[in-house]
Ligand binder design. Structure first.
Ligand SMILES: [Zn+2]
Ligand SMILES: [Zn+2]
Length: 272
């Protein structure tokens, strides 16, 4: 029934089952909810709106996102992704979001302007709609990165196998290197031990972090002789402090299998 022919009383009280019509467009051949057909409703109301003050808190060092009280997705890009944005979308209860494609406009690095083109399902039919939002970016160092940053170091001794390419299973390699390291400890000078900050397990071996480069160098050279290892020293520019370049020095020790105390039963027997 065309809308023009509907009397005011009919508008106020839509007819019952079988005789419903849309109070906006007057169509009687489509289902209505509260007097409105799906077409008219979706023209007059946003099917998907945007949460208040959308903000992404990200770690500038590793790219992790703060979601609630947890840091997630360490290692992801610091650029906004749909994973960041989709949680700011608030669909009406009857609306299911099928697909969103995002378009970024504007150049402010801390407030991103975004437009999302959405495919949604609403009352049984597919529709398109769009949203715009301004997303604030907050940089905050994540707990993992602050933990690492709290560890001050100037040098690393890398304990590695003899081969650059790992041939033996890495867990056995690490266990072998750890045995060598532990076996040496009683002989390690106290000032070297005091310079040691922490150690880190890696697939290819261990990294030992030092707060004092001279101590690390002395210890690396001692271990080279003691273990018959190969030693390579390299420095990398780390930053500037008080107008001077600051370097971190890496001592890579390649330890032969024969240095493993378990491979030297006779020596172990005589030491016992
Ligand atoms: Zn309608
Ligand atoms: Zn981080």
């Amino acid at each position: 029934m065309p809308r023009s022919s509907a009397s005011p009383s009919e508008l106020a009280a839509p007819r019952g089952e079988g005789g419903e019509f849309c109070v906006v467009c007057g169509r009687a051949d489509v289902p209505t909810v509260d007097g409105e057909c799906a077409d008219c409703f979706s023209k007059r109301h946003p099917l998907v709106s945007v949460a208040d003050h959308p903000t992404v808190v990200l770690c500038p060092t590793c790219g992790a996102r703060l979601v609630g009280s947890h840091w997630e997705r360490s290692g992801s890009s610091t650029l906004l992704t749909s994973e960041d944005l989709v949680r700011f979308l608030v669909p009406l209860e009857e609306v299911g979001i099928r697909r969103v494609s995002w378009d970024e406009t504007g150049a402010n690095p801390l407030v991103r302007s975004l437009t999302g083109a959405l495919d949604v399902r609403f009352r049984g039919t597919e529709r398109s709609c769009s949203v715009t939002m301004q997303v604030k970016i907050q940089h905050r160092t994540c707990t993992e990165c602050s933990r690492r940053a709290g560890h001050y170091f100037t040098a690393i001794i890398q304990l590695r196998g003899l081969e650059e390419r790992i041939k033996e299973p890495s867990r056995e390699l690490r266990a072998r290197i750890a045995r060598v390291w532990d076996h040496l400890q009683p002989e390690v000078r106290n000032d070297w031990k005091n310079a040691l900050s922490w150690r880190e397990e890696l697939p290819e071996g261990w990294n030992i972090y030092f707060k004092d480069t001279l101590a690390a160098r002395a210890m690396a050279r001692w271990m080279k002789d003691r273990l018959g290892a190969q030693l390579k020293e390299s420095a990398s520019l780390y930053g500037r402090k008080d107008g001077h370049d600051v370097y971190r020095v890496t001592f890579c020790l390649r330890i032969p299998p024969g240095a493993d105390p378990e491979n030297r039963p006779s020596r172990r027997a005589s030491a016992a």
